[in-house]
Design a protein around this ligand. Sequence first.
Ligand SMILES: [Mg+2]
Length: 502
Amino acid sequence: MLPQTETSGDRVARLERRLQRERRAREEAEWLLEAKSLELYNANSHLTALANDLEMRVLDRTHELEVSRQQALFLAERDPLTTLANRVSFARDLDAAIRTAQAHGGSVQLLFADLDRFKEINDTYGHAVGDAVLLEVASRLSTICRGTEMAGRLGGDEFGVICITPVESERARQIATEIMEAMSKPIDCGRLQLIVSCSVGFANFPRDASDSPTLQRFADVALYHSKSSGRSTWTEFDDTMAAELHSRQGLEVELRAAVAAGEIEPWYQPIISAESNRIVGVEALARWQHAERGLILPGLFIPLAEESSLIVELGRAMIDRCCQEIHPLIRDGRLDYVSINLSPRHLRSPSVVEQVLKILARHDFPPSALQLEITESLLLFDFEQAEQRLSQFRTRGVRIALDDFGAGYSSLSYIRRLPLDVIKIDRSFARDISDDRQSEAVVKAIVQLAQALDLQIVAEGIETESQAERMTSCGCSIQQGYLFGRPMPLNELMRHLKAKGS
Ligand SMILES: [Mg+2]
């Protein structure tokens, strides 16, 4: 059916209603749009703020990370106390300098400087003062260096300077002289003023050495020369040192073999009692009977052994052999004891007490018939540790003697604090006692001190009757020296004892 025909009035009304509906819908849509845009705007501002904040935080963190990376790099390359180059970066810079010189010519001079007896400063005044000294030394070294020259702290009280020159030069000598001058001025440490001397050694690339390890070794050899020629001086490496080094290295190889083969043998020097005129003990001294070089004295090979762990092996072998050889004489009452020198390095070996006690047990050797001689130089390393080990020996009955007393630092606090039984007065007193009243007074004072501390006293280096008499009159009746016998091999000692009626 067809719809009824719409009137024009109806049509207008319908269109108006539709218009109104559409207007409302549009208004609603506009309102909604506005609300949504506002919401979006708000959200957007918040996000922007968040993003800005985040960006700031990322920047801050990146900066922090960069600072700590720089610090880590600095610490990895620098000595934390002095801020000089540390050993690692010093060695790397030296290698780089040598590579450059190899490629483009020029010369590299390497100086090693080492403070003399720095350990004493630490021991006497404490580590804070020691550190202040190191800081001042570092600062003086830095002042001396110019241009591309570089100073480093290689450890403890060891310093190095790298000096690069386009052609071979005298600059290293100049630096060495300047170091000596700089160190001769006292160092202020609060209320203290300390004088610190130092030894310097240096070598040249390419004149002396053709690579970095050799250059370092040669500079070290030169430094060693300065140290052994009385310290507080500088030494330039030269060919004679290279030859010496070569021969030392050869000797070291032979010494190692000799120790292993038992070719180092103890010789025995009598120690007598002036009261009973009897040989009470013997000091064992190492002798090396070399097939080609003849008899080598300990002054030559002991320092060599001391530079390596060989001294521990040599010391052990000596104690073992002495205990074995002397045991029958102790058992039969012909001798009271054997006295053996114990090197500082051997005493520092952690197993030394256990090792010696094992040897005694193996030979059934009475601990009270063993005397170990130590020197004052040993006490400069680690007093506490030395004291502890010596006490362990004494608890087991082994006697401890302080050798060469009066020759070195002779700190009286040492002899008071150390667990000692015997003091051996240095041979220089015997030499001077005949014609020097002061020497006699000092010996009397040492004897009194020893008596007060309940220590036995032995005079060394007695060569004449008059020295023996004077020492006895000072109260020192246990004596040792050429007057009573030189160091001798075991069979000779047996004959000597027999001749003396013991
Ligand atoms: Mg000795």
